[in-house]
Design a binder for this molecule. Structure first.
Ligand SMILES: *Cc1c(COP(=O)(O)O)cnc(C)c1O
Length: 390
């Protein structure tokens, strides 16, 4: 993109975060690195490679196309697709050696059209239980009993049985305990079914770090791998954000007192003021909800003024800065820092909404890729990354 707006990403940070999480858990617990949504905006292939270097045992994505990208890049780790795939894509999933999420007998009956019993290949699945998030999964014993005959087929491997918590990032642990208790009862359904179920798992980042006793056979780490942790909760594992976001002024002007700026005259100068234009807008993930937040310039905080446009936004300048002056939207300038947490709080969301919103027009620059490439295990380093250096 012919502009200076770029996310700077440290793969070494991602690897360190994963190594620190790994160290906080018993060795027997497997580590699944969640790289859906383009690795939470950090680059899916790059993040997966960094996680593999840290010893991740599995990868996870939300949709089949995301897994396809990882396989195309040469990633060999098992990949769990967290959302049930359309049954007609089962053969493609087998070719890609994917692990599929199953939430109903109906899916199996439809899938059998595309993978008849006599056909080659084993279908590796994780059954998803809904213990209270209310999103996807099996809720009742009847639904489970209906599914068991399908799971018992010779060409099906039940590699996992899992659930997901609704409140793992909240201080009050009451609902999480209820969900954990419900999952414990559901595990008994699994154990008494006669199926050889390999991995029971329930914890995402917050649960894995706050309640290591819930780690079971595997933890699914997304947010924490990128350095995100629920605001206001103590964390004993060292996590550092891996992404910072930078741009440069493309225009500087003086606005006279009383003059307007922005669509709908959304800002009026209270005095004579210097204004700078920064080439990032809501089409890049800097939503209009970010109005009222600050950026950094010349080591100082300064507000975004007026409505954020599709491709640009305007900021109040501390003085007549030169065009080309660096602007930081996430990260440090000297002592000053804009954090994911403050941006997330402003828009009433979580850090991962900010990072996953960064659009395709925001270039990703891997600041320590040379070090990663020379020091890390070359056997598992995808070729794609060597070509993708910006
Ligand atoms: C996205 C996702 C995760 C990762 O959660 P984090 O809180 O980002 O670690 C884990 N499990 C499931 C089912 C998910 O959809």
């Amino acid at each position: 993109m012919s502009r200076d707006t770029r996310a700077e990403i440290s793969l070494i940070r991602i690897r360190e975060n994963m190594l620190n999480i790994r160290k906080s858990l018993p060795d027997s617990v497997k580590l699944m690195a969640v790289v859906k949504a383009n690795g939470y905006g950090h680059g899916d292939i790059e993040s997966a490679a960094a996680a593999e270097q840290a010893g991740a045992d599995y990868l996870a994505v939300a949709y089949l196309e995301e897994a396809l990208r990882l396989r195309d890049a040469g990633m060999k780790l098992p990949i769990l697709v967290l959302t049930p795939i359309p049954p007609e894509l089962t053969q493609l999933a087998l070719e890609l050696d994917l692990t599929l999420t199953v939430t109903s007998a109906k899916w199996f009956s439809e899938m059998r059209v595309f993978k008849p019993y006599a056909s080659a290949g084993k279908l590796r699945v994780h059954v998803k239980m809904d213990t209270g998030l209310g999103r996807i999964g099996i809720r009742t014993k009847d639904e489970w009993d209906e599914l068991v005959p399908w799971l018992s087929a010779r060409d099906v491997e039940v590699d996992g049985f899992y659930t997901h918590f609704a409140t793992a990032g909240q201080a009050d642990t009451g609902y999480l305990e209820q969900q954990a208790a419900r999952f414990a009862r559901m595990k008994e359904w699994g154990r008494s079914s006669g199926l050889a179920i390999r991995h029971y798992h329930c914890a995402g980042s917050a649960a894995a770090l706050r309640f290591p006793h819930l780690a079971m056979d595997m933890v699914r780490i997304g947010a924490a791998m990128y350095g995100f942790y629920p605001e206001g909760l103590a964390c004993s594992v060292k996590l550092e954000p891996a992404l910072s976001l930078h741009s440069r002024l493309i225009q500087v002007k003086k606005l006279a007192k009383g003059e307007y700026l922005g669509y709908n005259n959304s800002y009026r100068a209270e005095e004579d003021e210097w204004i700078g234009t920064v080439p990032i807008g809501y089409a890049d993930g800097w939503s209009q909800r970010m109005q009222g937040t600050d950026v950094l310039i010349e080591g100082q905080r300064t507000p975004i003024v007026g409505k954020i446009c599709m491709d640009q936004l305007m900021i109040k300048l501390p003085g007549p800065c030169a065009e080309g002056t660096p602007v930081t939207l996430i990260g440090f300038q000297g002592e000053q820092r804009i954090t994911f947490a403050e941006l997330a709080a402003h828009i009433g969301s979580v850090a991962q909404e900010v990072s996953t919103s960064l659009g395709v027009r925001v270039a990703r620059t891997y600041i320590d890729i040379e070090e990663a490439r020379t020091r890390w295990d070359k056997q598992t380093w995808p070729n794609e990354i060597n070509q993708a250096v910006i």
